[in-house]
Design a protein around this ligand. Structure first.
Ligand code: NDP
Length: 526
């Protein structure tokens, strides 16, 4: 077992700086696969963050008055530039995260090219004013318009430094807001590249800003007079960010941690399920909020599933993705190696069996063997707390019902997976699992579904990204209610109140609502 050199910026969390205006040393970004220095970025002070937001607000004022069709058309230029310069993005993401180029291309660039296309093509429909016919006040009508908010602050983590913030950037810009991103201190160069590509498109320069720094820079962004926050990160940080937003009454979306269960039913396709566990558990070296974080395998399939998962895990090639087409890359944030080791030690102490892997790998670079644990139980931390690393723990269960009960015990509820050949039953089981998204017979794929909402329940957060509702939520809803016909000068519902008018109101209540009253019949007419 070799030792791993931890570079200073990837093991500390902002010791050298704050965002209060004092000069801070720049953040250095190192490649986790090699330890090589990739570049450095400044730490924005609170004043610099506020100035970025002020410039964004000015640019937004002119952007917001453009018709949504024109904003969408112009933003497609940015999408095109991303596609044309995909190699540059893949290069920096792959180096800064140590992730395989396949994953940088598929999970970061392609997802955003698709989401941007969906939002730009559909924003005119999604954001079109909604006329509402009223069932009670039939003489009036309502219209809901989707109005740009202003400046949206996007605070993002290190595991998908391109796709996580860029989806929110496109959503903010197409709805007519500006976007300012605070990327993770661990992977700041990727957003700098995104900004460089954006600036080459001729779109208003200040409409999309990037403020680099540590947590204090994120806090300064929330304090800079922005109108919405989209935060993606850990549960504990999310609580602090939500409290800061609450104190300022800023609406926020919280995309927090996950502990996705995979339920392998007795009738699951063994080969597909085993391959799904290996891909879903080890893609991005397990540093995915929707990774397969725990497997509940029915006793009828358990032993053969563990055997096949072991074989497939043994075939994985782990290494520096800049040297070759490895399957599993580096651990981006070295603290995750300590987390993995603690989970494994706890599990082994409580009776788990180490089926594959289990150790950090010799340097240079930060690597951990893809690890499979069997004979796991719900007494182990590995079945209860987020791993966010390349470990798949497997627990044998007597029934699918037991698997669902165990799945739902978690305080996290982001994603879940069900594997069965009976697709109808799969959908029924999926409805019983407490998670923001449940996928039947596939893994990770729901993040790539541009049409559907993505986000968690319980401690995994609130609010959604992706899908039509998330785009509408990116805007402010403004309701105008208006008269469809000339109204009498003297409204019978206004002053003066009298015994007679009260009597009519009482009669009206019964007439309208008792049994299948008038309201229901009017409703059936419209
Ligand atoms: P963190 O919560 O540590 O950091 C997230 C971001 O918040 C970083 O940019 C961080 O800056 C910033 N930040 C830290 N403190 C503050 C503060 N007080 N005010 C404002 N911003 C602050 O998460 P990680 O980067 O470690 O990401 C891993 C976590 O993200 C995992 O729990 C994972 O499950 C979750 N995640 C959730 C996803 C989802 O969609 N639900 C998707 C991906 C990841 P800095 O890095 O400089 O400290």
């Amino acid at each position: 077992m070799g030792s791993v050199t931890l570079e200073p910026n990837k093991q500390t969390n902002g010791s050298a700086s704050d965002a209060s205006g004092g000069a801070a040393s720049p953040i250095r970004s190192y490649a986790p696969a090699t330890g090589a220095l990739l570049g450095e970025v400044p730490v924005f002070s609170a004043e610099e963050v506020a100035a970025t937001v002020t410039r964004a607000r000015k640019a937004q004022a002119a952007w917001a008055v453009l018709p949504v069709e024109e904003r969408a058309e112009r933003l497609l230029r940015f999408r095109d530039a991303i596609v044309e310069r995909a190699d540059e993005i893949v290069e920096i993401v792959s180096k800064e995260c140590g992730k395989p180029r396949h994953e940088a291309l598929m999970h970061e660039v392609t997802i955003i090219a698709d989401l941007a296309t969906y939002y730009c093509r559909n924003a005119p429909r999604i954001l079109a004013p909604q006329e509402i016919s009223l069932h009670l006040l039939v003489h009036r009508k309502s219209v809901v318009r989707y109005v740009p908010r202003g400046v949206v602050g996007i605070i993002s983590p290190w595991n998908f430094p391109f796709s996580i913030p860029m989806g929110d950037v496109f959503a903010a810009l197409v709805t007519g807001s500006a976007a300012v991103v605070k990327p993770s201190e661990v992977t700041p160069l990727t957003m700098r590249k995104a900004k460089e590509i954006y600036d080459s498109t001729g779109l208003p320069e200040d409409l999309f800003g990037v403020v680099t720094g540590y947590g204090a820079t994120g806090a300064a962004l929330i304090d800079a007079g922005i109108q919405k926050v989209v935060f993606t990160g850990a549960v504990e940080t999310g609580k602090r960010v939500a409290a800061a937003c609450g104190a300022r009454l800023i609406p926020c979306v919280m995309e927090l941690g996950g502990k996705a269960p995979l339920i392998a039913c007795a009738d699951a396709d063994l080969e597909r399920t085993a391959r799904a566990i290996v891909f879903g558990g080890f893609a991005n070296a397990g540093q995915v909020c929707i990774s397969v974080e725990r497997v509940y395998a029915h006793k009828d399939i358990h032993d053969s599933l563990v055997r096949r998962v072991k074989e497939l895990t043994g075939e994985l090639r782990v290494g520096d993705p800049s040297r070759d087409f490895f399957d599993v890359g580096a651990i981006i944030f070295p603290k995750q190696i300590d987390v993995a080791e603690k989970h494994i030690a706890d599990a082994l102490e409580k009776g788990a069996e180490l089926v594959a892997g289990g150790r950090r790998m010799p340097g240079p670079g930060q690597f951990f063997e893809p690890t499979v644990l069997a004979r796991c139980s719900d007494a182990m931390t590995v079945m209860n707390e987020e791993i966010f690393g390349p470990i798949v723990p497997i627990q044998k269960v007597d029934s699918e019902e037991e698997a669902i009960a165990l799945s739902n015990r978690s305080r996290l509820g982001l994603n879940a997976y069900v594997f069965t050949k009976d697709r109808k039953r799969g959908r029924k089981l999926a409805e019983q699992v407490e998670a923001g998204s449940v996928v039947v017979n596939d893994v990770l794929v729901n993040y790539a579904v541009a049409e559907a909402p993505f986000g968690g329940i319980k401690d995994s957060g609130f609010g959604r990204v992706h899908g039509d509702d998330a785009l509408r939520d990116m805007a402010e809803k403004r309701h105008v209610n208006y008269d469809r016909m000339a109204s009498p000068a003297r409204d019978p519902l206004w002053y003066p109140y009298s015994a007679k008018s009260f009597h009519w109101l009482q009669r009206g209540l019964r007439l309208l609502f008792a049994g299948s009253g008038l309201v229901q019949r009017i409703g059936e007419l419209f």
